[in-house]
Design a protein around this ligand. Structure first.
Ligand code: KIV
Length: 290
């Protein structure tokens, strides 16, 4: 049985909520096997899977493609698909249409979109259509050019007060949870106490109701770089490089493949081929399939 929105909301105040990003079938299956209840198909895919230097180039088609793969891999986790840059900002109508496409075409259970008070009407309109929405405030990476970099938000009284209003507006609009990204931990704790829906932190400290991390950061899949808010829980990138180096060496020294990894030709067929070859002055018979 897939985890439901109600189950996630009921975890507030009773158990920490674990969320992780995933972008493909095999990783989603591994996340599911670890018993993690919520997967975000984040537009961070732009940076960690597609190699862009921001999330801005990610398209709705990219998110649909990757969310379908995640849905095939994860049978238990609740899957949230991220609404990419310019898929919800132009008009409420377009936002509703695109949120609907994400849900209809992928089978995901919810969408996430960036923005607080200013996006509340959009969130409410999407929720009215029966599509659960996760909010996202603090450092919202789609606005990186407005922020002038990936910086902690809410450090001044004014910006902290705005983030509190943002969280309240999203709750009133019907969001079922809110991501707090790069927000001082005391502020995240304050917001978590003030609202009735779960807060999911990333770089927002331990007082949030749950935590989300980017899979590639915590598994060490992107070299040495580790953002301050992330922690390595595995060195899978190093393990992959070691395995690939061993594979290349085995091919080069001919220790792989062995007979064990190959199929056998009936000796009678081989004998006939060799006999035909010896009788024939012409070219060697072509053994490849027609
Ligand atoms: O796209 C993403 O992975 C996200 C998380 C960082 C919350 O939005």
């Amino acid at each position: 049985m897939r985890v439901t929105i109600n189950q996630i909301m009921a975890m507030k105040g009773s158990e920490p909520i674990v969320m992780i990003t995933a972008y493909d079938y095999s990783m989603a299956a591994l996340v599911d096997a670890a018993g993690i209840p919520m997967i975000l198909v984040g537009d961070s895919m732009g940076m960690v899977v597609l190699g862009y230097d921001s999330t801005l180039p990610v398209t709705l088609e990219d998110v649909i493609h990757h969310t379908k793969a995640v849905m095939r891999g994860a049978k238990n986790a609740l899957v949230v698909a991220d609404m990419p840059f310019m898929s919800f900002q132009v008009s409420i109508e377009e936002a509703v249409r695109n949120a609907g496409r994400l849900m209809k075409e992928t089978g995901c259970q919810a969408v996430k979109l960036e923005g607080g008070e200013m996006m509340a009407d959009t969130v409410a309109a999407i929720v009215r259509c029966g599509i659960p929405v996760m909010g996202h405030i603090g450092l919202t990476p789609q606005s990186v050019n407005v922020f002038g970099g990936f910086r902690v938000q809410g450090k001044t009284e004014d910006s902290a007060a705005q983030l509190i209003r943002d969280a309240q507006a999203l709750e009133e609009a019907g969001a079922f949870a809110i991501v707090l990204e790069l927000v001082p931990q005391e502020l995240a704790g304050f917001i978590t106490e003030r609202i009735g829906i779960p807060t999911i932190g990333i770089g927002a400290g331990p007082q949030c109701d749950g935590q989300v991390q980017v899979l590639h950061d915590m598994l060490g899949l992107l070299g040495e770089y580790l953002p301050r808010h992330a922690k390595r829980f595995g060195e899978i990138g190093t393990a992959i490089t070691e395995a690939l180096t061993a594979y290349a060496a085995a091919v080069r020294d001919r220790s792989f493949p062995t007979a064990k990894h190959s199929s056998k030709l009936d000796p009678k067929v081989l004998a006939r081929l060799k006999a035909a070859d010896a009788d024939d002055d012409g070219p060697t018979p072509n053994l490849s399939p027609a």
